[in-house]
Design a protein. Sequence first.
Lengths: 283, 325
Amino acid sequence: MAWFKKTREVKTEKRVKIPEGLWVKCDNCKEIIYKKEIEKNLQVCPKCNYHFRISAAERINFIADEDSFMETAAELSTTDPLNFEDTMPYSERLKENKKRTGISEAAIYGDATINERPVVLAIMDFSFMGGSMGSAVGEKITCAAERALEDKTPLIIVSSSGGARMQEGMFSLMQMAKASSAIAKLKEAGILYIAVLADPTFGGVTASFAMLGDIIIAEPKSLIGFAGPRVIEQTIKQQLPENFQRAEFLLDHGMIDIVVERKELKNTVYKLIQHFMPLSQES
Amino acid sequence: MSYYLDFEKPLEELETKIEELRKLSDGTEIDIASEIKRLEKKAKDLRSEIFSSLTPWQKTLIARHPERPYTLDYIGIIAEDFIELHGDRRFADDPAIVGGVGKINGIPMVIIGHQKGRGTKERIYRNFGQPNPEGYRKALRLMKLAERFKMPVVTFIDTPGAYPGIGAEERGQGEAIATSLMEMSRLKTPIISIVIGEGGSGGALALSVADRLYMLEHSVYSVISPEGCAAILWRKNGELGTEDFSRAADSLKLTAEDLKSFKIIDDIIPEPLGGANREPETTAKKIVEYIFKALEPLQSKSASKLIEERYKKIRKIGSLTQTTQ
Ligand SMILES: [Zn+2]
């Protein structure tokens, strides 16, 4: 009886929220929260600390100094090498995503500063075709690594992706090798690469640059893995353990360095840079 | 007693008939002998007809043919004094990836490949050729060994993909593949990779960051399986069948021919008529030919030149344009 009463209460609460768009339901705790409150809290649920997925543009403001980000190769885009067509032609799908998100691909990169330290910053955007990696994303990540190498500047990549982009076939798969090869050069040169994993990070992104950070940071509760949970469940025909593939699960298994809250991310990254690549006294 | 794929069924009839006639005759009856000859010619023509117009989906089925030679079959034919080496020195030995040292044409090499099993028991033992992280870590350990002792590395690619399991995730499947990609790109010794069967996504790529990447004529290499692709695109319409898989295989451009035209692979190794399973020895000989064709120019290069050229080769893959919004 008590349980029944409770659900009814929630229902009335729902009915009370009048103005459309002012309230959002948290994906994690299902609470209805005032949108402004979440915005003020860096898109983190004040009730359960769930870190909402955010656009690349929003992310810049949380990690880089104000107005410091200078995007490079903003117009870089992919062609449709396979002439791929699913429910709509791939070229149409790209157009539709560009229009909806206002960005030309699922990642952006450029120069920025973090507490005035110059960095090369690349950020993936899950809202553009699930953050999937095709030729353009692979190229941007590779260019970002090459730029960091050239400038001897730390590289920060924030990933959020479902994996390789099916619509570009093998071109997509090979981007994993391309990006990883570029990261390899950074490692040889002793340039710090910090990988930040945001919800969700899967497939070909996990199995390439995302897991190659000198330091790997994840946002709380982010889902991170190679194979998607549904694929695993279908394969092993077993229920998955609680918390499986959450950031905290990866931390427990020794796969990442730290779980850092969004509000602490910028400062944590800054401190790491200062430790690993201190500026010399003279400069 | 061969295994015939569906589209080979007309062949099966013919060849069973030839077999029966052979049993009937003791070789003296001229009538039967000439009939056998006639049917053999017919079978050969039929086979070249079928194999000259294979669809990408049919190629996928040939690539997964249960009688197609696997890594250890080729090693058995081409490598002298091969010694298999086991384990990643971290957790386990993964039977889905095999590796070791042996001589090919008198030259010691490290040979590594995905390994599928034949028969239910061995297939399960080999996890259907789907590696766990340990497999990739073992492979990398052996590659590092090759680097230190200045031996070329040959890898055979043949996997449906890396294993999607709880343990694999717990032990860092993503990290294992990523590290393999990164380390292979800087390995200071020549690497030659050959897709012999199924090139299944990241699990295949993890062994194929190479100076030369070849595919057997009827092998396939894809970012996702045709079944997986079809499931994502058309599952909503109900049960999926051969037609959907065919459509997906067409779209994915996963054949050796497609990938050569994209310059993603370097060359295609021809197979005997009817596929590698018909004549493993002939196929193996061809493979050796290509290994040495690749090796000759690579071996004279300095280590730094070798890895710089490998970088450039991988670096330029992509299909890009500048758009104005
Ligand atoms: Zn919440």
